[in-house]
Design a protein around this ligand. Structure first.
Ligand code: SF4
Ligand code: SF4
Length: 242
């Protein structure tokens, strides 16, 4: 998931200075999970902007599962709301930066070119929940977790050391940079021991190959059968008794 936090309201308001009519759109994916752009947050933001003197053309909250970054789902939603985007002086996107840019592409394909502003600061890939989330992967393009007991040294170690620990590890095993956090390489050592792969600690890993992290990257996995996927989701929800 894309970890994210909402920008301070003053920053959002400053970005909208000079634009009277605003359309807001949230995201039914990570922004709902991180409570930065779910239906509730979109409605709350619309009220705050109204109180600050803005005219809200439309506050489009997307239900869970309607990801702004996923064109096959988002394009029909944007098409349905196209008049609201056309009428607005500016668009406030309550999604991650990826979502904003995907919506921008869709809108431009549909002939709508408007100023668009992010309500969020995006932080990268996070996992966890239901309440606490933590960055675990930086999408380097060449995963080494098989050598490091499933713990990412690039992300878990503030120095991104491929071979560790560094000389600064505290005597209690905590990180030199962050005394609240156990050293990544102590974690790797302990987990290698648990899974019976301790000999791997003696392997010297090559400097990380960043060739595959040259941006912007792209992939083409082909299209999805949405009916099949949402049917599977429905079956999962029913099986969980929700
Ligand atoms: S090695 Fe690269 S792909 Fe694997 S978890 Fe770390 S950042 Fe992500
Ligand atoms: S103490 Fe461990 S986690 Fe912290 S910077 Fe050094 S090697 Fe990385």
């Amino acid at each position: 998931m894309m970890g994210q936090v909402q920008k301070p309201f003053k920053e959002i308001l400053d970005s909208l200075e000079g634009y009277k009519k605003v359309t807001l759109m949230g995201c039914g994916g990570c922004s709902t999970i991180f409570k930065t752009g779910g239906i509730k947050e979109v409605n709350e933001m619309a009220e705050k902007l109204k109180d600050a003197g803005k005219e809200i053309v439309s506050a489009i909250g997307n239900p869970f599962g309607a990801y702004v970054c996923f064109t096959p789902v988002m394009k029909p939603i944007i098409e349905k709301n196209l008049d609201a985007f056309k009428e607005a002086d500016a668009i406030l996107m309550m999604s991650c930066g990826d979502g904003l840019q995907n919506a921008r592409n869709i809108l431009e394909e549909l002939g709508v070119v408007k100023p668009m502003f992010p309500a969020q600061n995006s932080l990268g890939y996070f996992g966890g929940g239901p309440e606490f989330y933590k960055e675990k992967c930086q999408g380097c393009g060449e995963c080494v977790l098989g050598f490091t007991a499933g713990i990412c040294p690039l992300t878990e170690c503030p120095k991104g050391l491929m071979n560790g620990p560094c000389g600064g590890t505290r005597t209690d095993g905590m990180c030199e940079v962050d005394p609240e956090k156990k050293c990544a390489w102590v974690q790797i050592y302990e987990r290698l021991d648990k899974i019976g792969e301790m000999t791997k600690i003696y392997d010297i890993l090559e400097p990380h190959n960043w060739d595959k992290a040259v941006r912007p990257r792209s992939v083409n996995p082909g299209s999805l059968d949405l009916v099949e996927k949402y049917t599977q989701m429905k079956e999962l929800i029913i099986s969980m008794g929700i």
